[in-house]
Write a protein that binds this ligand. Structure first.
Ligand SMILES: Cc1cc2nc3c(=O)[nH]c(=O)nc-3n(C[C@H](O)[C@H](O)[C@H](O)COP(=O)(O)O)c2cc1C
Length: 260
């Protein structure tokens, strides 16, 4: 997109720097006397984002409410989000970093959790796979807006092994198995057509029934070092309680409250 074009963008006092959708002028920031006159949005459907706010009053998370372990607490909240019929409750943002520390993030579907950690399936040959090969640590965010909650996790990452990876692969429908084999995740392709052709060829060459899991596809486990439970609070005085692995003698976990 040519960001120097101004025709679609409102301008501030003759400045021809574009104003981002709903946001402040990049050079001048929010507030000030001009704020009232400024047209902030490029589309009529986009409201004034500086005024878009909702108070979080749905719940509280006090120390006495917290389950004894992070996994039991996660279990409770995951139960709540499933019961609330939130779409894709197991969709989670996974952040990784490359060898230079450059961050990266994407959504995956969390396919299991227990005391050992959180599991997702992917291509080991993908960008995230390459990043995890050189820097086997990740952060997760479960963004459960409907319940005014988020869960954040940080920890090391390990591959889950062949048998467990088969357990993630086998329930996938054949079409999605074919697509995962035909698409070398995160590589540049010429066109959509090329991908569809690869899937068609593979389908023709593969005996009917389940497609064997390729060695480059498998599961990762994020082994938590800390797990934070965030509940939105009135006037932005949110509750943040985190379990932190105690690396001292005896191991175990400690619970801390964080300022919002
Ligand atoms: C709702 C949703 C669920 C997704 N689930 C997965 C998944 O379970 N595994 C996966 O590899 N990619 C999944 N993706 C695609 C990833 O976001 C991403 O495009 C892909 O993994 C390539 O990421 P990378 O290039 O950083 O490796 C999902 C995307 C969305 C929006």
């Amino acid at each position: 997109m040519d960001m120097t074009r101004t025709s679609a963008w409102p301008t501030l006092g003759g400045a021809d720097t574009p104003v981002p959708a709903g946001g402040a002028h990049p050079a001048r920031g929010l507030g000030g006397a001009r704020a009232g006159r400024r047209r902030r949005c490029q589309h009529d459907r986009v409201p004034d984002l500086s005024r878009m706010r909702r108070d979080y009053t749905d719940g509280v998370l006090r120390e006495e409410d917290l389950a004894p372990t992070w996994v039991e607490q996660f279990d409770r909240w995951f139960g709540d989000v499933v019961a609330a019929e939130v779409p894709e409750p197991n969709a989670v943002v996974v952040a990784t970093a490359d060898a230079d520390g450059a961050p990266d993030a994407r959504i995956v579907l969390m396919k299991g959790y227990d005391e050992a950690g959180f599991i997702f399936g992917t291509s080991y040959a993908s960008t995230k796979g390459a990043e995890l090969a050189v820097n086997p640590r990740a952060a997760l965010v479960f963004p459960w807006h409907a319940l005014q909650r988020q869960v954040r996790v940080r920890g090391r990452v390990e591959r889950i092994g062949d048998a467990a990876s088969d357990g993630l692969w086998d329930p996938r429908p054949r079409g999605s198995q074919l697509a995962a084999v035909a698409s070398v995740q995160s590589t540049v392709v010429e066109s959509r057509q090329e991908l569809e052709e690869r899937v068609r060829l593979l389908d023709a060459q593969t005996p009917p029934g389940p497609v064997p899991r390729p060695a480059i596809w498998g599961g990762y486990r994020v082994v938590p070092q800390r797990v934070e439970f965030w509940q939105g609070g009135r006037d932005r005085l949110h509750d943040r309680l985190q379990f932190v692995r105690d690396d001292g003698e005896g191991g175990g976990w400690i619970v801390q409250r964080l300022a919002p």
